[in-house]
Write a protein that binds this ligand. Structure first.
Ligand code: SF4
Length: 461
């Protein structure tokens, strides 16, 4: 079952698509698309006799058993804590998005970390997506507070929710942030989009650009955060209406576009490009705007290890590069990684399950009988990139939009002083990526031809 909530019905632009109450197709506003079509839910049931047979079911079972057996060796952090254990380390490093990305450090943010949620008894268990051995998802419950009580069935906050609704809004009260996250889940809202939009509104209120209608919508106010989500989901009053259209439109309507932390209208996730710099280039060139999933996290490639070994599967002898590096070699890593992510997304497999590229290839073979070479795997991913780039061009999203908010070229007010993004190095990174992708002026027809996509050059132009 895929359904929308109240936010999708109200065509809120940060509305998402919900599966089984606690699983979300979170980003891109697809809930608003369903709402605009008055499509509440899609339900499908498979009957065994109508399903196509797997090519090699024994091999599929063997792969699943291997992951279940080796999950601790491969993904101990995800198995034991999930993503919620990263708030504290990011804050200590001075790169935790705080106060609408003005700061990289927030006093008291450790109260939002998973260890704190455990100590307070907020985090009561773990959940899993269908048949996944990793079980990285959170279950939370709050009772007896009245205003912040939450029920466990809507799922709990992950790192992105704790950062976007917590530190980015300057809120360090774990009860308020858990409540805010649960409301987003109940109403079918993208926690990143909502948190960064409300942080933008808080800054606008503090600077005197926006009337908060008596809400007290200022950094650090957990009650106002929760009340703002109610208004946003219902599009209630002028404030709710403004919040419902996301950070970009909110800031533009106030005459202060510089307050919106977005790329191509999509709010920036909780990984700051002043720290992860190739990821910043990835945000800028992504056809779907700021996205941390089909991207390269520089920190994983700074020293020899699993991430680099797996990237070499595709044929290039990649070597460790510092987190701050933005050389052509780093951008080549980004280009390979974004194509790989496109391939894995096409398999509809989770980013977090630590399959190796060889195992993805085996899984595809076991299911379909198709044996792809590493280059063919990247080509599958590249097709998704090229088609979405063509779609954007047709819809008027020009290459000029391959950029980051100006704030990311300024140092943090408070945070890691070495976290800086040099504008020229960044622009060269974008140019290097476009050269690799064939995006210097439109989309290279030769690349489309090599990928078997030449028919779309005219269909989408
Ligand atoms: S690793 Fe992925 S598939 Fe498994 S429980 Fe976590 S999010 Fe779901």
């Amino acid at each position: 079952m895929a359904q929308i909530g109240l936010a999708g019905e109200n065509r809120v632009l940060t509305a998402n698509v919900i599966h089984d109450l606690a699983h979300f197709a979170g980003r891109g506003g697809l809930g608003a698309v369903m709402g605009a079509k008055r499509l509440k839910a899609v339900s499908a049931r498979a009957h065994k006799e109508t399903l196509p047979a797997y090519h090699d079911p024994g091999l599929l079972k063997e792969l699943a058993r291997r992951m279940a057996k080796e999950r601790m060796e491969r993904a101990a952090g995800l198995v034991t804590m999930g993503t919620v254990g990263t708030v504290k380390p990011f804050n200590l490093r001075g790169v935790l998005p705080s106060h609408n990305f003005l700061d990289g450090f927030l006093e008291g943010a450790e109260a939002l970390d998973g260890t704190s949620l455990d100590a307070l008894g907020i985090r009561i268990g773990r959940d899993t997506c269908y048949a996944c051995a990793i079980r990285c998802k959170q279950v939370v419950k709050i009772e007896g507070t009245g205003k912040y009580d939450v029920r466990p069935e809507y799922g709990g906050p992950e790192y992105e929710g704790l950062g976007a609704l917590g530190s980015t809004c300057g809120v360090t009260d774990p009860y308020a942030v858990t409540k805010a996250n649960t409301l987003c889940n109940q109403y079918g809202l993208d926690v990143i989009g909502v948190g960064v939009t409300i942080a933008c509104a808080m800054e606008a209120v503090e600077k005197g650009y926006l009337d908060d209608e008596g809400l007290g919508l200022r950094f650090g106010n957990g009650d106002a955060l929760v009340a703002a989500i109610e208004k946003l989901a219902r599009r209630e009053g002028r404030l709710g209406e403004l919040l419902a259209f996301g950070a970009k439109r909110l800031a533009e309507s106030l005459g202060h576009p510089e307050l919106a932390m977005h790329v191509k209208g999509q709010e920036v996730p909780m990984h700051d490009p002043r720290y992860k710099r190739a990821l910043g280039v990835g945000y800028a060139v992504s056809p779907t705007g700021a996205d941390h999933n089909h991207n390269l996290h520089d920190t994983a490639f700074a020293k020899e290890g699993r991430a680099l070994r797996e990237l070499r599967f595709y044929g290039e002898d990649f070597q460790p590069l510092p987190t701050e590096d933005l050389s052509e070699a780093k951008i080549r890593m980004l280009w390979t990684k974004t194509r790989e992510r496109g391939f894995v997304n096409s398999l509809v497999m989770c980013d977090f399950v630590p399959w190796t590229p060889e195992e993805w290839r085996e899984a595809l073979y076991a299911a379909t009988g198709w044996r792809l070479s590493p280059e063919e795997m990247l080509e599958v991913g590249e097709r998704t990139l090229q088609l979405t780039r063509l779609f954007n061009l047709r819809e008027g999203i020009s290459p000029e939009e391959d950029r980051l908010p100006e704030r990311f070229f300024q140092p943090f007010r408070k945070g890691n002083p070495e976290a800086r993004l040099d504008p020229e190095a960044f622009r060269e990174g974008v140019r290097a990526y476009r050269r690799l992708a064939g995006w210097e002026g439109g989309v290279d027809p030769e690349r489309l031809k090599a990928l078997g996509l030449e028919e779309f050059q005219n269909a989408l132009a």
